[in-house]
Ligand binder design. Sequence first.
Ligand SMILES: C[S@@+](CC[C@H](N)C(=O)[O-])C[C@H]1O[C@@H](n2cnc3c(N)ncnc32)[C@H](O)[C@@H]1O
Length: 265
Amino acid sequence: MRIALAALALCLAAPAALRAQDEVPFVVTPDSVTLAMLQLAQVGPQDFVLDLGSGDGRIVILAARRFGARGLGVEIVPELVERSRRNAAQAGVAERATFVEQDLFKTDLSPASVITMYLLQEVNLQLRPALLALQPGTRIVSHDWDLGDWRPDRSLTVDAPDKPVGRDKRSQLHLWVVPVRADGAWCGTGANHGARLRLVQKYQVFDATLAAGSTAQLLAGRIDGPRLRGAGGFEATVNGAQLRITQAGDAPAALFGAEFERCVG
Ligand SMILES: C[S@@+](CC[C@H](N)C(=O)[O-])C[C@H]1O[C@@H](n2cnc3c(N)ncnc32)[C@H](O)[C@@H]1O
């Protein structure tokens, strides 16, 4: 019975999901906006840029040509994939800018250090869980559409006189840096055995209580990739199941360098 209900739920959900994917039309990002997107993400030669719904390939090609990055464009329309490959060859970057005919929802996002998107709001929202699960520090840039209540780390408006859609000929660009998952309880190790850090996280914003000895301190701040930065100069880095205080700030100076591991309570 339970399996039958689950199957029915999937059947009912499928048409909505399919429509959202199929309804993203091919509209180019103007060249000046493409450049601004890559600059916002600070793309460089060490980056792997993944453009989800890559159209004629312009974002990945510019990332390779201008910034020396490698990249992959994922596009569902075969003619656009062919056109992208021709464009990459003409630009002399066919080895570093590659294209695949593929559904972006069936794409492994994990090799990317930068993800670019010019899709639609509902598609962005469907992608959000997969984006949040990426390696901390991965940058995501979206043209015009945001990610709902996962607020961007930075947004800007750029003039887009060549924009083929819209009346005001301007584009909104949004940047997110994937935050490390730090919420929960952390227990001090070694000399700091007994110290406790309890952290509540919403996307890249956190509130925390740091208790050590007879002192307890409230901390609030932001998460930038693997780093936590709190008001009062507190800083910590999360690496897998370990957290290390790299600046005590207003917390007791003895906690500088203190290491914590995940624990219960
Ligand atoms: C608005 S265009 C953006 C093109 C390019 N990224 C740019 O900024 O110039 C969106 C592209 O996504 C493609 N697309 C739509 N649904 C897709 C899907 N499920 N998987 C892969 N590509 C898709 C469309 O064919 C279209 O080329």
